[in-house]
Design a protein around this ligand. Structure first.
Ligand code: SF4
Ligand code: SF4
Ligand code: FES
Length: 245
């Protein structure tokens, strides 16, 4: 099928009560969705607000809703997502307040990392003191492998924007915050295991996950927050059964 010479791009403009605005953008070989947005901002409408930094899939700042699905835009080639008639629809990430145009406000997303106790608390150095020595963690240990599986999160919020439970319950911690909590629960150097499990055990925590796996299917880093949440549920179950809580 011949590729269209130009793309018909609909872009969300304004805040929550904004509307789609239409642009025509030249189609190029190996063009990414972020290239399209950048073209609009540089050549057609300098007032367009959007966010990016690294352009290589490391910073997590460029995520948007592309033809109805949350994606990182710097690593999404147009040809993978464009409609047959060259149509692209770009909106800010779902489940988050809109600042303006394609820029969503990630404050609630990162607030939930804090609520899920997503900060490493050294076991042997409470109150922010420097640990006496580096802990030795065997790379092949089960806990280390569990932590490794989720540690490459770039905080892009694609999973959060894809989660139905977040859409229904704005209080729900969401997949990324609990994925982070799971890496720390498995970090033998961490000293806040109990508080962290308490933080994810409430109504807005892991037991509210419906295991639909949208987070896992859409994570651009191929992480598996759904399994991490299942791990939290399992740990809470056994800790309760064995009287450790
Ligand atoms: S598996 Fe759980 S956290 Fe992931 S998208 Fe589904 S409900 Fe949300
Ligand atoms: S878990 Fe994946 S989708 Fe969610 S914030 Fe981290 S990298 Fe992004
Ligand atoms: S711009 Fe950094 S991940 Fe896309």
């Amino acid at each position: 099928m011949a590729e269209p010479a130009s793309l018909k791009v609909s872009v969300w403009r304004g805040g929550a009560d904004g509307a789609l605005q239409h642009y025509e953008v030249p189609a190029r070989t190996n063009q990414t969705v972020l290239d399209v947005v950048t073209h609009i901002q540089r050549e057609l409408d300098p007032s367009l607000a959007y966010r990016f930094a690294c352009r290589v899939g490391m910073c997590g700042s460029c995520a948007m809703t592309v033809n109805g699905r949350a994606r990182w835009t710097c690593r999404t080639h147009v040809k993978r997502v464009v409609g047959a008639d060259g149509e692209l629809e770009l909106r800010p990430l779902a489940n988050l307040p809109v600042i303006r145009d394609l820029a969503a406000d990630l404050t609630p997303f990162f607030d939930k990392w804090q609520r899920a106790r997503g900060t490493f608390q050294p076991k042997d150095a409470p109150d922010g003191a420097v640990p006496a020595d580096f802990a030795v963690v065997p790379p092949a240990s089960k806990a280390r492998r569990e932590a490794d599986a989720g540690i490459e999160c770039i905080g892009c919020a694609v999973c959060y924007a894809s989660c139905d439970v977040v859409a229904w319950n704005a209080d729900y911690l969401g997949p990324a915050a609990m994925n982070r909590a799971w890496t720390l629960v498995n970090d033998v150097r961490d000293g806040a295991r109990g508080e962290r499990l308490d933080a994810v055990a409430g109504d807005a925590g892991c037991h509210s996950c419906h295991s639909t796996q949208s987070c896992t299917e859409r994570c651009p880093k191929n992480l598996d927050p759904s399994s991490a949440i299942a791990g939290l549920k399992r740990t809470l179950f056994w800790d309760t059964l064995l009287g450790r809580r």
